[in-house]
Ligand binder design. Structure first.
Ligand code: AVJ
Length: 320
């Protein structure tokens, strides 16, 4: 992990060296075709995600923010003096403000995000709004963390992972992440986890296939990014946005479905698509109180509090 500003500078001229080319080719050469959702989040993708959070159909962000306003003041006394808030996948750091406002004694904030540009801008905004807070952004993949910056605070470390981003991970990855976070945060750590809950599939599908087409643009941004960064020749009109509920796996899935047989060129390699074939671009798992407790316990945490909001319901969980 490196400082946000250094990475923003290094990647300003293009995406070489960030691993996107290798990851995309490996995913498109496997069967079925799949690509990790982490590649959605270049500067444009991060902006599209921010637009999604304001859509009428996309309830999770609003519902979680409202619930966080209730639980953050109740949980913050447990943070203690000189505490450090560590946010995994911090994006625009908007929800963070709810925690920071409820916990004025927090000494430091470490936002971690894969989008260098979004991270640097968000860290600057938080530092300006909270002048007494030490802000130490880290660019990188929160699944591959090897440490936190030193000398940031002596107190309890509080992990913050809102937005149901944990739902992007398959069960084994989620357990490995929560276990690694526990090691990283050290003794006495707390962890605030936001999850989306299982509900009527119609409400879920609407949230991932909005009428304005913003989620479709977010999904297709993967191809836009490949065209721009890797010189690929995806024709965006050849790929249909698909959002479907997978009941047995308890997850929403996003796919990009080829409308016809075609061959796409990506940095000198040729990838064939059959009509109807899809690139599986995201899983977004939906939980229950029981499935979340099971996940947390498998990773060495204990559920200290589980709070669920009004319908369409999301939950915030305090782990210890
Ligand atoms: C940021 C991963 C929580 O899964 O709901 C939004 C991303 N994908 N619409 C989610 C997303 C499609 C979002 N997370």
């Amino acid at each position: 992990l490196r400082l946000a500003r250094d990475v923003a500078r290094e990647t300003a001229g293009g995406g070489e060296g960030n691993g996107f080319r290798e990851a995309l080719l490996a995913g498109l050469e496997s069967s079925p075709k799949r690509v990790s959702p982490k590649w959605f989040y270049d500067a444009q993708g991060s902006q599209l995600f921010e637009a999604i959070t304001e859509l009428p159909e996309y309830y999770p962000t609003r519902q979680e923010a409202a619930l966080l306003r209730v639980v953050a003041p109740e949980w913050s006394p447990r943070f203690g003096p000189e505490a450090v808030l560590v946010e995994f996948g911090s994006g625009a750091s908007e929800k963070t403000r709810i925690v920071l406002d409820a916990a004025p004694a927090l000494a430091a904030y470490v936002p971690i995000d894969i989008s260098a540009e979004a991270l640097a801008a968000a860290a600057d905004r938080i530092a300006a709004a909270y002048p007494d807070l030490r802000v130490r952004p880290m660019v990188g993949d929160f699944l591959a963390l090897d440490g936190l910056p030193g000398g940031i605070g002596e107190g309890r470390h509080v992990g913050f992972f809102p937005g149901s981003t944990i739902g992007n991970l398959d069960p084994a990855e989620a357990i490995a992440f929560l276990r690694a976070a526990r090691g990283l945060l050290g003794d006495g750590a707390l962890f605030i986890l936001g999850v989306d809950l299982v509900k009527d599939p119609a409400a879920l599908i609407a949230a991932y296939d909005d009428a304005a087409g913003v989620t479709a643009a977010f999904n297709r941004n993967l191809l836009v990014r490949a065209n721009r960064e890797l010189g690929a020749d995806f024709d965006l009109d050849d790929f249909r946005h698909r959002a479907l509920w997978n009941g047995p796996e308890s997850r929403m899935e996003m796919h990009l479905e080829a409308r016809r047989d075609m061959v796409v060129q990506i940095g000198g390699r040729r990838i064939a698509f059959a009509a109807g074939e899809t690139i599986h671009t995201e899983n977004s798992r939906k939980f229950t109180a029981a499935s979340i407790a099971e996940l947390a316990e498998a990773a060495g945490w204990r559920v200290a509090d589980f709070r669920q909001g009004p319908a369409p319901a999301v939950a915030l969980v305090l782990l210890e």
